[in-house]
Write a protein that binds this ligand. Structure first.
Ligand SMILES: Cc1cc2nc3c(=O)[nH]c(=O)nc-3n(C[C@H](O)[C@H](O)[C@H](O)COP(=O)(O)O)c2cc1C
Length: 311
């Protein structure tokens, strides 16, 4: 059994992936960082850390804290910026034997358009995951919380992304995620990534101060798994199933059983983030575990699992 079993192949937007397991943005850098730990040839895909138009130093430390059931992070979108990404990171990405999605973040519509247009011109990049949902940067939240603005930014990006797949990654820190999913699809998204982190707070009671310098951070890991499954299932039923829009599901996935739960809830593929910090080979084990589940339960392909939750 391998992660390249043809029964594992899935379609995600405009691309076919060898299996439905990707890495999640911000948890594995731009590729070189995990090269000695993870066989990229066994992944369905790899998602880069968020790239912005200009280089960003990110937040002051402490930027990450372990909390019950997961991690709280406030990295603040630290990244090398578009120019250095193209010059310094793309040459390695060209050698990666997997589909690479570039996660793009921005502060104005123009920022998003400039970065996405440049990324779409690079042949070795399979597509874009638009981060409209980072809860750590105060002025970045608005795109992912207002349906009108979200549709506007997605439409503007869609106009310049003519080659690659365009996924829009939604924030769960909203009242009605389905209305935002609908706005992203109406703006021209090929698929949706669900979910980004939940806003949280950790307090050091001895110092009577927040643990993170940024005060709040984004919660990830097993603590958010049932919340993520709920969001995926809701968006699948209310927005994606009828329109044939794929969902890249994520949030707390640690093993193949968690991944299968996302597929049953309506995801076409899954991404693994926080679990990489425990076991960098987790995505490969999860792909193999999904193949074992197909055998045990008599499914001919992974696509047959999508949305099969019986209510
Ligand atoms: C340390 C860390 C950094 C992250 N950075 C980004 C980022 O730059 N862009 C983004 O869209 N999501 C980022 N995320 C969110 C993850 O991609 C993912 O949506 C979230 O962590 C839920 O998945 P998980 O529970 O498997 O980690 C980050 C998560 C963590 C833990």
């Amino acid at each position: 059994m391998t992660a390249s079993d043809p029964r594992l192949q899935v379609r995600l937007g405009r691309r076919t992936l060898r299996n439905p397991v990707l890495t999640a943005s911000g948890t594995c850098g731009y590729g070189p960082e995990y090269d000695h730990l993870l066989d990229y040839g066994q992944l369905g895909g790899f998602t880069t850390k968020s790239v912005t138009r200009h280089e960003r130093p990110g937040n002051e430390p402490q930027r990450v804290a372990e909390v019950p059931g997961g991690l709280l992070n406030a990295i603040g979108l630290a990244n090398v910026g578009l120019e250095r990404f193209l010059a310094e990171k793309v040459p390695f990405i060209e050698t990666m034997p997997t589909e690479v999605l570039v996660n793009v973040a921005g502060y104005t519509i123009e920022d998003y358009v400039v970065v996405c247009e440049a990324v779409d011109r690079v042949e070795c990049l399979a597509g874009i995951e638009l981060n409209v949902s980072c809860p750590n940067v105060s002025d970045g939240l608005m795109f992912g919380t207002d349906p009108g603005l979200l549709k506007e930014v997605v439409s503007a990006v869609r106009a310049v992304v003519t080659r690659g797949t365009l996924l829009v990654k939604l924030s769960p820190n909203v009242t009605d995620i389905a209305s935002l999913a609908r706005a992203a699809v109406e703006g021209g998204a090929d698929g949706l990534s669900l979910i980004n982190t939940y806003v949280g707070l950790s307090i050091d009671v001895e110092r009577r101060r927040p643990v993170l310098a940024n005060v709040t951070g984004g919660l990830s890991g097993p603590a958010i798994l049932p919340l993520a499954l709920y969001n995926v299932h809701r968006v699948y039923r209310e927005v994606c199933a009828d329109r044939g829009i794929p969902i890249l599901g994520m949030g707390g996935i640690q093993n193949a059983r968690d991944a299968v739960a996302f597929l049953l809830a309506g995801a076409s593929a899954v991404a693994i983030g926080t679990a990489l910090f425990v076991d960098p080979t987790a995505p490969v084990k999860i792909a193999e575990g999904i193949a074992a589940y197909l055998d045990q339960h008599g499914f001919a392909s992974v696509s047959e699992l999508r949305g099969q939750l019986q209510l």
